[in-house]
Ligand binder design. Structure first.
Ligand SMILES: [Zn+2]
Ligand SMILES: [Zn+2]
Length: 139
């Protein structure tokens, strides 16, 4: 009797659990693979990220243009040397160009700033600061 019950009941249940587990495991490994993809994204160059963004559309790690424009602190660049020697301003870390007077600037929440056009393209792909990797804008 107990064998019947064992075969019809518990073993089947175990088998079903086993199948469920396998599905879970497969799903978990998919998630892991996805995570690895994201890690790769962190190590990609700006050009690679842009190409990736164009290929797979707007990834969930990025921001919509609306959010970028409302969250970004913007101003026009004007280099006024207040002290001598004038503080050396780092070039835009995204395009590696120096800032010129009158160019549109955008600052993210950590305080780092870039050309507005540059950081906009970046944030569409990824909501992190290209310099310090902190969340660029609150969502
Ligand atoms: Zn730039
Ligand atoms: Zn930063």
């Amino acid at each position: 009797m107990w064998l019947n019950k064992f075969v019809r009941g518990e073993v089947l249940l175990d088998w079903r659990d086993f199948l469920v587990d396998r599905q879970l495991i497969r799903r978990a490994s998919l998630v892991d693979r996805h995570r690895e993809m994201r890690l790769d994204v962190d190590n990609m160059s700006y050009e690679e990220l842009l190409a990736l963004g164009e290929r797979i559309g707007h990834v969930s790690t990025g921001l919509s243009e609306e959010k970028i424009m409302s969250g970004l602190k913007q101003w026009k660049y004007l280099h006024i040397p207040l002290e001598e020697p004038a503080t050396v301003v780092e070039p835009c870390c995204i395009c590696q160009e120096d800032y010129a007077d009158g160019e549109d600037m955008g600052r993210v929440e950590c305080g780092h700033y870039f050309h507005t056009a540059c950081i906009k393209q970046w944030l569409v792909i990824k909501n992190t600061c290209p310099i310090c990797k902190k969340a660029a804008l609150g969502t």
